[in-house]
Ligand binder design. Sequence first.
Ligand code: SAH
Length: 345
Amino acid sequence: MEDKIDIKSLTLSELTQFLEDMGQKKFRAKQLYSWMHEHLIEDFDQATNLPKSLIEELKEKCRLTALVVRQEQISKIDDTRKYLFELYDRNMIESVLMRYHHGNSVCISSQVGCRMGCKFCASTLDGCVRNLTASEMLDQIYRIQKMTGERVDNVVIMGSGEPMDNYDNVIRFIKLLNSEEGLNISQRNITVSTCGLVEKIKELADEKLQITLAISLHAPNDELRASMMPIANKYSIDEIMEAVRYYIDVTTRRVSFEYSLVDGVNDSDDCVKQLAKLLTGLNCHINLIPVNPVRERQFVRPDMKKVYSFKNKLEKYGLNVTIRREMGSDIDGACGQLRKKYMDE
Ligand code: SAH
């Protein structure tokens, strides 16, 4: 199974080369690419304008990634939809569709599990099984678009996994997603969230993409951060800030900082002060997320009064702050919870 070519992860020029090597004319690549990335086929047989002989050859040599929905949870509150998908090797991943006034947003997973070990996160409880290929990231969006019949406008790589730990596949995914011959989702509508792998942030800057970078900060000093996120033992906040400044310089994009508020842990006035010192003057935006309780962990969210007060205090420093609107709170909300529940059962 493994030696088959993952044909949906190929760029149009790679696909052209591949088909030419099979003795095919150039235009066949455009046709096949459009079937896969515009018409979102899940089976080569659906490519009805390709010769039968070519289809047979493709079936023999290639794997056409097509995720299978194993579960769909629909929120009664806001119509958020959470999907559990099965991969070709029977691994499971989850994705979320959120409906906003400004369009449909899909949150995708980038790995099966995660190895970063953040203390409040359900995705990392059983470690990382493997990276997702570009086609497996794309197909989360393709399947959702196909099932709902609605266009996906925004993509956030904020599901299970650390995207910068699967760098090459993530970059390939973004380029395919953004390609004119595919769904053509604008780079500005794509967000990559990372716990802060410093070298990779700089490498990402050098790709000169117009995507949004989000940094999972969650604490304003190294000591507190390390108590929540093991990655803080490897990279200091100073190193992250240097990489972020480089990212802003090179791309001129505004960066987001995610800050999951945990009651009595990172919501003190002292934290406000330190955070303000760190971020004032930077072209950035802070997204406060009242922590989502995870069954296996004892983190508690502050009450909303405290959350608003934290926001107000930051705003007094002139910072740009929003509170993440909670979506789908009646379905397994936090990253990795649906998959974890399924695997445990
Ligand atoms: N690995 C990447 C992306 C996945 S997590 C990263 O670390 O950014 C997406 C965001 O949700 C991160 O900011 C993560 O820290 C946060 N998160 C994970 N579990 C959470 C929970 N239980 N409550 C609130 N935020 C959580």
